[in-house]
Design a protein around this ligand. Structure first.
Ligand code: ADP
Length: 280
């Protein structure tokens, strides 16, 4: 088909005849290339903070530093160490997610509990620099007491990491004074949308299809400076897929972005409900 790779083997077949074996190895070659790229990316991501750390160790070992300078160097060393910790943490998460197709447990989890955890993390990350608004109740629920809430079937750690990564990105990429909002809405078909919107820089359309690739970044320095590993959206995509759902991204340059985690109706039910098995 034009761009593929073919392996051709010629084997003697007796009586001076030969057997020609051709095999399409395009998929295998692509998988090998992806793996090589991944290892190269990981090595690069680890080498950079390590080089910086090595420089600081050298500085501390060889230069007479004042107490103020010593504290400054230690703080920068701490920053690089945390960067490597975040990277290793995300790599382990991603490896675990890619290693097994289904989440390990499908317990029912109150949406509010997921919301509280994400809410706390976002407030601490934003540190008062953004307007944050969280609506974890079912918006589509017409009752006045909409906050009664829903529960979700899935793995709590994974769902928390999925939604948490979206909110974390929204806070990290939105300049001070901007707005980050999270809204939940049950669609008429019963599926749940968790929408994370921000008034950040937005993302040009040509980047959108690649955002969930491992280590794909639109703005590398902004990502790294704010503690990004380049793996967050890959993790979210895996979490969504493992829960039978999907991640949708809409964005407009200069206006902001909306990331929507869509979870199937079979994994959503009101808090007060008859026990039923989760399927999806
Ligand atoms: P990172 O750790 O770099 O944030 P992600 O996988 O979470 O990695 O995101 C991939 C890239 O998508 C980011 O580097 C950034 O360029 C872009 N991105 C993600 N979320 C947002 C957002 N809310 N606003 C603008 N750009 C974003």
């Amino acid at each position: 088909h034009g761009r593929g790779q073919l392996s051709i083997l010629v084997r003697p077949y007796g009586d001076g005849q030969h057997l020609l074996i051709t095999q399409d190895v395009t998929a295998r070659e692509r998988a090998d290339a992806t793996r090589r790229d991944f290892v190269a990316n990981v090595s690069h991501e680890i080498r950079t903070p390590l080089t910086v750390l090595a420089g600081f160790v050298e500085t501390m070992a060889t230069l007479p530093l004042s107490e103020v300078e010593r504290q400054r160097v230690l703080s920068l060393m701490g920053q690089q160490t945390r960067r490597m910790q975040a990277l290793v943490g995300d790599l382990l998460t991603l490896t675990r997610l890619e290693g097994s197709p289904r989440p390990p447990s499908d317990a029912w989890l109150p949406l509010q509990r997921l919301g509280d955890a994400v809410d706390t993390d976002a407030r601490s990350l934003s540190n008062g620099r953004h307007q944050l608004s969280f609506h974890w109740e079912d918006e589509a629920n017409g009752e006045a007491d909409g906050a009664k809430g829903l529960q979700l079937a899935g793995n709590e750690v994974e769902l928390q990491s999925g939604v948490g990564n979206l909110v974390n990105n929204a806070v990290r990429y939105t300049p001070d004074g901007g707005t980050v909002s999270v809204r939940c809405c049950r669609r008429p078909d019963g599926a749940l949308e968790i929408r994370v919107s921000d008034t950040g820089p937005g993302i040009a359309p040509e980047h959108l299809p690649r955002l969930t690739e491992r280590f794909y970044r639109v703005d590398g320095s902004r990502s790294r400076d704010t503690g990004g590993t380049g793996l967050g959206l890959s993790i979210v995509k895996h979490v969504a897929q493992r829960h039978g759902g999907e991640l949708r991204i809409a964005s407009e340059l200069g206006r902001g972005s909306t990331f929507t985690l869509l979870l199937p109706a079979s994994r959503v039910r009101p808090l007060v409900s008859q026990p039923q098995a989760a399927t999806a």
